[in-house]
Design a protein around this ligand. Structure first.
Ligand code: DLL
Length: 435
């Protein structure tokens, strides 16, 4: 019998462009009609004089209003729920740290669909039912735990729900159970590798084949560094709680952009100022509409994530559109001395340097009304020869490379390995103490 991994995507994964378009129009009509049943969209549609029947094809999406995080907060706790509470089998919340969380609800079919989408991602990367999967993500309200878990189980993998943290135990489990597929944030995967190297161990000896890495922005340079350290193939995994969580977009073996599952999400890329679509291939804000969620459809959700669609066909043959690595979030952009800087620009420079460890922090302060940026990095153990001169030379060199990239001079602190705080989930790369 063929492996479930070869069959999981049969219905949707290989649809032609025309089939996808047709399915999307039909699913959008259903989603809009369903949304209208929620107290929130009920009122919103009435205010706009909009009837679900006004949306006939996917091109009618522009007739619909955008939905923002603020709208989700205002409708907290259940203003966007469309089904009787007894039909809900699960809820999650988004990871916002300020104010009220936003709650997302799922029926049994919704959880089922999410598991299928996630399983498709893992299968696309090459995972099969005889793989052993360790989920190194926090469980609970955060979607990276149960989201990956259900997907991996759906694929029939042997799942180890290790959860976040406890690095020594993570390594022990991976080794003792011959884990071949892992899921983690890239920053935590880096921490595990560095810990092993520090202990005189080699991450390659673990024999991991595939890593699903996501939940936070990271650069191609960091991916390459991780692949080099572990010898695995790392796949970028994108998602957000509002759109279920992980399983929204994932890389295929080409590792060149993430396919968004267009049977489940209708995608727009807009200019965040004018709210108009950008030209194909241009960077803009990702806006998504759920097409296959009953308990809580969300229409035209403004993710704040900045990315672009990669034009042209993917050599893998899938027609689901490809999205480039996230540039960052519109609210992530730093303005330092009137210069726009994305943390990813700094990470790119850092990860190119073999002498630097995988952890870093960007610290912003103010000195006499002038912004100060200090980039803190750790020197890799192998690169430290005990001489202060070496450290100075490396620091000056990094400072020059950063200046070439961002256009102004940042301070650079080169620290001992293990000095910077480690995160088990999403890394906090920027500390802004300017008021
Ligand atoms: O982070 C869902 C997830 C879990 C995705 C596990 C992948 C793996 P939230 O906590 O709601 O959900 O955070 C969503 O994280 O809007 C992006 O800003 C960021 N993000 C997630 N994946 C990526 C990625 C989960 N691959 C927010 N690259 C999103 C860049 C990412 N940013």
């Amino acid at each position: 019998m063929s492996d479930l991994g070869d069959r999981i995507g049969e219905r949707f994964e290989w649809m032609s462009g025309a089939e996808l378009a047709e399915f999307q129009s039909e699913a959008l009509r259903r989603s809009v009609a369903q949304a209208a049943r929620s107290p929130y969209y009920g009122v919103r549609f009435a205010d706009l004089g909009l009837k679900p029947g006004d949306v006939k094809t996917r091109d009618d999406i522009t007739k619909l209003p955008f939905t923002t995080k603020e709208d989700l907060r205002l409708s907290y706790p259940t203003g966007m729920l469309t089904v009787p509470p007894r039909e809900v089998v699960r809820m999650h919340t988004s990871s916002g740290t300020t104010g009220k969380p936003t709650a997302i609800f799922h029926t049994r079919e919704d959880v089922d669909c999410w598991a299928e989408l996630m399983a498709r991602c893992l299968a696309m990367a090459g995972a099969r039912s005889d793989d052993i999967f360790q989920n190194m993500s926090g469980y609970g309200l955060f979607t990276g735990g149960l989201g990956l878990h259900y997907g991996a189980e759906r694929l029939g993998m042997w799942v180890i729900p290790a959860g976040a943290g406890n690095t020594a135990r993570q390594i022990l489990l991976i080794r003792d159970f011959h884990v071949t597929v892992i899921h983690a944030t890239p920053s935590y995967a880096m921490h595990v590798a560095e810990r092993m190297v520090q202990d005189g161990d080699n991450p390659k000896s673990l024999g991991i084949r595939i890593a699903a890495l996501g939940a936070e922005p990271y650069t191609e340079e960091l991916r390459l560094k991780l692949q080099d350290l572990y010898g695995f193939k790392a796949f970028n995994s994108y998602g957000l709680s509002e759109m279920n969580g992980p399983g929204v977009a994932f890389e295929c073996p080409e590792q060149n952009g993430m396919h968004i599952w267009e049977d489940a999400y209708l995608v727009e890329i807009i200019d965040p100022d004018t709210l108009q679509p950008v030209e194909e291939g241009q960077v803009g804000e990702l806006v998504m509409t759920t097409l296959r969620r009953a308990a809580m459809p969300i229409l035209r959700y403004r993710t704040r994530d900045l990315t672009r669609v990669i034009p042209g066909e993917c050599p893998c043959g899938r027609k689901h559109l490809r999205m480039a690595r996230m540039v960052g979030r519109s609210d992530d952009m730093l303005i330092v001395r009137a210069v726009n800087v994305f943390p990813s620009q700094i990470e790119e420079v850092i990860m190119r340097n073999k002498w630097i460890g995988g952890n870093y922090v960007i610290h912003l302060t103010k000195k006499e009304a002038l912004d100060q940026m200090t980039v803190k990095v750790e020197i890799a153990k192998a690169a430290f020869d005990g001489s202060i001169e070496t450290v100075r030379r490396l620091r000056d060199q990094l400072q020059r490379e950063l200046r070439d990239q961002i256009g102004f001079t940042a301070n650079v602190d080169v620290l001992e390995p293990g000095s910077l705080p480690v995160s088990e989930g999403k890394a906090k790369r920027v500390i802004d103490e300017r008021e």
